[in-house]
Design a protein around this ligand. Structure first.
Ligand code: ATP
Ligand code: ATP
Ligand code: MG
Ligand code: MG
Ligand code: MG
Ligand code: MG
Length: 252
């Protein structure tokens, strides 16, 4: 072993560069499914929202949170999940590639591992993959704005997709006709189309579709001892209210 370590080949290791993340910043890891437009078609996801697919994403993310206790909070919608690590985390000495790749690969393998629990009648047709990136946020405001950005994205896409699929599945329009119909419409126009043409009040759509899923750690009393469990919430996190009710997140 020591002869290998001292081999004339070992100099190649010096080509590896350091990738320590800046101290004292929030670390956000976001993963996103590769070509899930196609993946969702191949696996017959319900349109616009397949509930089992969302639950599988949440299960994979919970598995990641059970393994990495430095993750305070995660937020998921569609084929993406964001994880935030404590500012003072020393996980893998804050090495970017370690954190990014371990979280991504545990998420990806969990997605496959738990597939059969969520899709009893649909076989996994090929191995899915996810990209991942790390972004550092120096201030609490930046971090809140990050999550607001993702949740606003969820809302905008969901309102569009809900209206689009109502026009196609219930209104008999072709995909391109529905696209044309929605071109240039405002949010209020989409609400109106849903309400007047499909008797659908968008506000009554399931909250998991409208808001995505927040995973948080909460302490519970269990037989005289405290247990910490990961719980899913489907709440608005753009307003102050969320951060006041769960004030432990930003106090850390
Ligand atoms: P890329 O590789 O660039 O991310 P993509 O096809 O994955 O391409 P996204 O912008 O990530 O594009 O969008 C994900 C797509 O996956 C959605 O537009 C939707 O078609 C599909 N999708 C993801 N989750 C669900 C779900 N729960 N139910 C139905 N469709 C879903
Ligand atoms: P780390 O997380 O730091 O990589 P590790 O336990 O994976 O820790 P490595 O230096 O990567 O440590 O070594 C991988 C170890 O896995 C080997 O030392 C060996 O014990 C085991 N291993 C890997 N592949 C095989 C295999 N094909 N047969 C038997 N043992 C294996
Ligand atoms: Mg993308
Ligand atoms: Mg994607
Ligand atoms: Mg996506
Ligand atoms: Mg190893």
């Amino acid at each position: 072993i020591s002869t290998m370590a001292n081999s004339k080949f070992e100099y190649v290791r010096t080509f590896e560069t350091e990738d320590y993340l800046l101290p004292n910043c929030w670390i956000v890891v976001r993963i996103d499914g590769k070509s899930f437009h196609k993946f969702s078609k191949k696996h017959n996801f319900d349109k616009p929202n397949d509930l089992n697919a969302l639950k599988l994403m949440n299960k994979a993310a919970s598995t990641v949170m059970e393994e990495y206790k430095d993750i305070l909070l995660a937020y998921g919608q569609s084929d993406e999940f964001s994880f935030v690590l404590r500012k003072d985390s020393t996980l893998y000495n804050r090495r970017r590639s370690k954190i990014c790749t371990y979280i991504n690969s545990l998420f990806s393998s969990s997605y496959v591992y738990f597939w059969k629990d969520h899709f009893q009648d649909t076989k996994l047709k090929y191995p899915p993959s996810f990209d991942s990136r790390i972004v550092l946020y120096p201030t609490d405001k930046n971090l809140r704005d990050y999550f607001s950005w993702r949740q606003a994205d969820c809302h905008i896409n969901n309102l569009y997709n809900t209206t689009f699929w109502a026009l196609v599945l219930k209104g008999g329009l072709s995909n391109s006709e529905a696209e044309q119909r929605l071109c240039g419409t405002l949010s209020s126009d989409k609400h109106e189309i849903l309400f007047s043409e499909f008797s659908t009040n968008y506000n009554n759509e399931p909250v998991i579709f409208k808001k995505g899923t927040i995973l948080l750690r909460k302490k519970f009393k269990y037989k005289n001892s405290n247990k910490i469990v990961v719980i899913p919430l489907h709440e608005d996190l753009i307003q102050d209210d969320f951060w006041v009710r769960h004030n432990e997140i930003l106090e850390i």
